[in-house]
Design a protein around this ligand. Sequence first.
Ligand SMILES: [Zn+2]
Length: 222
Amino acid sequence: MNCINFHCHGCKKNGEGIQVVSYNLDEIDTQNIRKNCTVGIHPWQSSNPNVDQWLSQLEIISQSPNVLAIGEIGLDRLKGGSLELQNKILTAQANIAKNAGKPIIIHCVRAWSELIKTLSCSEFSSIKKAIHGFRGKVEMAKQLTDLGYYISFGSILVNATPELAETLTKIPLNRVFFETDDSSMPIEEVYSAAADILDMYIEDLIGITENNFNEFFDIKPA
Ligand SMILES: [Zn+2]
């Protein structure tokens, strides 16, 4: 099955689908950048002493055609230094994404209003945005999709709470992605769980996410 894995770390290839591998600046081989990857400074690394150097590197790496997006970047109220500092690094990276004409993949924990405020400025309106590993409430998901964000769901769909299952059914399907993040679960299981929740054929869901993928990364089907 051709299940696209929207966001993973060091994931093993099993199946035919594209895997978008996410790297931090200290992990990526800049001489040999993997196809279909994303690169960014994670909010947990915002207070790292190398952050300025990483930002300059990111500016260069972001131009590589193998780098699909800048990410994961974002805000985390529970980890990674002050939100003020995280916001500064997020803003710097959103500027890099804008200049490179690439989307951003977002990690956000309990800082939704700050995130939306930062990314809603007119400068960043042209950037396509996706929240990865979403596990928030349906109201938040709707607010985000209304603002044009895409939402990616991870392995917790397999044991989804009724609230999370409801969230998946209430948002437009042309805004969804699925991912394994750092779980070792095969991506097919996430799609299968999502198809069950949505009461639809997994093949149809695969087709929908393929379209979303091409739309989000501005890929013209050959
Ligand atoms: Zn991740």
